[in-house]
Design a protein around this ligand. Sequence first.
Ligand code: NAD
Ligand code: IPM
Ligand code: MN
Length: 368
Amino acid sequence: MSNPSLLILAGDGIGPEVMAEVQRIIDWFGDKRGLKFDVSEDLVGGAAYDAHGVPLHDDTMAKAQEVDAVLLGAVGGPKYDVLDFSVKPERGLLRLRKEMDLFANLRPAQCFDALADFSSLKKDIVAGLDIMIVRELTSGSYFGEPRGIFTENNERVGINTQRYTESEIDRVARAAFELARKRGGKLCSMEKANVMESGILWRDVVTEVHEADYKDIELSHMYADNGAMQLVRAPKQFDVILTDNLFGDLLSDCAAMLTGSLGMLPSASLGAPMENGRPKALYEPVHGSAPDIAGEGKANPCACILSFAMALRYSFSEGGEADRLEAAVEQVLADGVRTGDLMQADGGTPATTSEMGSAVIAALDASL
Ligand code: NAD
Ligand code: IPM
Ligand code: MN
């Protein structure tokens, strides 16, 4: 049988820097655990634009549809700000998500003990935090029609449309309820049913799915603005948070600071099962290309490394190896290895991206 296939799209800015550490870790699993992958690489975002004039080449899109999982670094950067909207780096990522139909974006936020002191919140608010944000990823205001910039009454008007069908809400709700069942048995759904019809439908459908098939899960509903406040007031009240595309984008960046740094947050974007039973999947850190630190070896590779751990768990049914990798990251942090984003200004010399990667590999070696 052939090895499972991975397509690596490192992208822009710190994307290639953090992905280089993941590639060393993929090699480690091949050498030391007999977990071999057929790895191919391609371009996305600004890098693809520079080479092909588009942020995602059709051939790359076709490859992404065929592989067992895609690993993505990050896209974007100031160099591309001047480009037409249709070819901006971010459009490449959005095309991957839409055409692969990756409707369920899992964004776990876990506060490792070693970082509890580093969060911008008080230690007892975040210590032991373990929540999972499930963000709908292929619909809502990111994709709804009509959209565009038009002229009306001699002035410009910018339009995006928040649109959700019943089936789009149903399928992501089921994904979130299934996760809640494997975790703490609680799900909080966030929308703005007080001001948006799409929010009313969201609340109704989530309630119906709950009534029909998930009565064992404790379901609550919250307006998303209150949800943002509750995330910083008392985040440990949550287990799984289910929300739409735009609210999920904001709430997950907010949750990042509960863990100490945006450089810690991984994600899995999952679609329906393929013929081989694996879900269509793309794994990427929640952070972007961090132009302010790109090229300096300062980026924290943990979010990208932990995204690969999610690939081991959700695409390759290697939960034990995913646990091993997550434990290695936790060990490295407990040993005090820190990239600059995890240090106070006077905290000494930070580890470089590759020193952090080496420390994780040393911890993996020690786990054998
Ligand atoms: P960003 O996430 O790139 O950076 C925000 C801040 O967090 C910066 O100060 C950055 O230095 C820091 N940071 C982020 N990741 C880090 C890491 N791994 N280690 C240490 N520090 C880290 O967000 P932004 O500055 O708003 O966006 C920059 C570009 O990235 C934009 O073009 C944006 O569209 C794009 N973006 C891409 C993705 C993605 O590819 N998935 C996600 C978010 C933003
Ligand atoms: C994210 C990013 C993306 C989003 C951008 C880069 C398209 O912010 O993955 O969180 O808005 O979804
Ligand atoms: Mn975002």
